[in-house]
Design a binder for this molecule. Structure first.
Ligand SMILES: [Zn+2]
Length: 313
């Protein structure tokens, strides 16, 4: 979605649905024309002509959806520099409050920092979890801050075009040499719930890139459609999608070249097991417990070998 500038929420929502008529909010005074990027627009214009795009999107793609005037960009409407209002926090969760709490926490744990503060950073686990605030990785595992290398995103996804996740994975496997990778989902996951809705088709559309991200979980639902269709209770279905999503993300980790090469290399070392080993966990925010899911790689290997040449010993 394009930057919101200072247009009203209603107008933006309408623009996202393609319901804003060309020129609807255009000012007569020297308008700066602003056209939201649409990846499909050139192809559609080229293939189908403007009439087709008019039918598809409700407007011609040669016309801008929204025009922004110079007046919209004045500092009074869109302040670019801090004002006195920035120093006022009425939420009760100011940064000063956090800094103060941090001081108390550091004092209370001073002995731990004396003992472990200078230790080499050598975590034994890579944790891929959800961004959800209820899933603090090392606390759930009962480990100290040095033990877990953490990557989090919405719904703990392993997406093969996510440079952030791939960089974390590469560093964890090739440099930190973590023997274990944990993918941990959690019940009552907002990302999973959203993926089960039809929001991408109606006015609740979250817009790109969030809807694109959730599509990865919809792919999981398609892969397991038969099992999921048989589950009639909606809450049970959400819980099962959480679990299946974790398992699919574990398989996605196994598919990566970084992990496959490391496992091949370490499989010839007699004193250890092929590393990294991947584990599928689900956290229950209602009682703090972890559930270990069955990740039988021998079974998956037979299904995946022909496509991914998986090494799963
Ligand atoms: Zn979540």
């Amino acid at each position: 979605m394009s930057p919101p500038l200072n247009l009203s929420a209603r107008l933006l929502a309408a623009a996202r649905r393609g319901k804003v008529a060309p020129g609807a909010i255009r000012s007569a005074a020297a308008p700066l024309r602003y056209t939201p990027f649409r990846a499909r627009s050139l192809c559609d214009e080229t293939r189908s002509g403007p009439e087709t795009s008019q039918r598809q999107f409700g407007h011609s793609l040669t016309e801008p959806l929204i025009s922004v005037t110079k007046a919209d960009l004045t500092p009074t409407k869109m302040p670019m520099t801090p004002t006195s209002a920035d120093d006022t926090d009425t939420t009760g969760y100011s940064i000063d409050h956090l800094i103060s709490q941090n001081g108390e926490w550091a004092d209370a744990n001073a002995d731990w920092f004396k003992r472990h503060g200078h230790e080499k950073h050598a975590p034994k686990y890579l944790w891929i979890g959800c961004s959800d605030a209820r899933t603090p990785a090392n606390e759930i595992l009962g480990e100290g801050p040095n033990a877990v290398f953490v990557h989090r995103n919405i719904a703990n996804l392993v997406v093969n075009s996510d440079m952030n996740m791939l960089s974390v994975l590469q560093y964890a496997v090739n440099v930190l040499c973590v023997p274990h990778i944990i993918v941990c989902g959690h019940y009552d996951c907002g990302g999973v719930r959203a993926s089960l809705s039809r929001s991408h088709l109606d006015s609740r559309d979250l817009g790109s890139p969030l809807e694109d991200w959730l599509r990865n979980i919809r792919d999981v639902q398609r892969l397991h459609a038969e099992e999921l269709t048989a589950i009639k209770d909606p809450e049970q279905k959400v819980r099962r999608v959480v679990e299946l999503n974790v398992i699919e993300q574990c398989l996605n980790i196994y598919k990566t070249g970084v992990v496959q090469r490391r496992r091949l290399l370490t499989s010839s070392v007699k004193s250890t097991f092929p590393q990294p080993r991947v584990h599928a966990l689900v956290y229950n925010p209602l009682d703090g417990r972890l559930k270990q899911l069955d990740l039988d790689m021998r079974r998956y290997r037979s299904e995946m070998q022909a496509h991914y040449d998986i090494f799963a010993a």
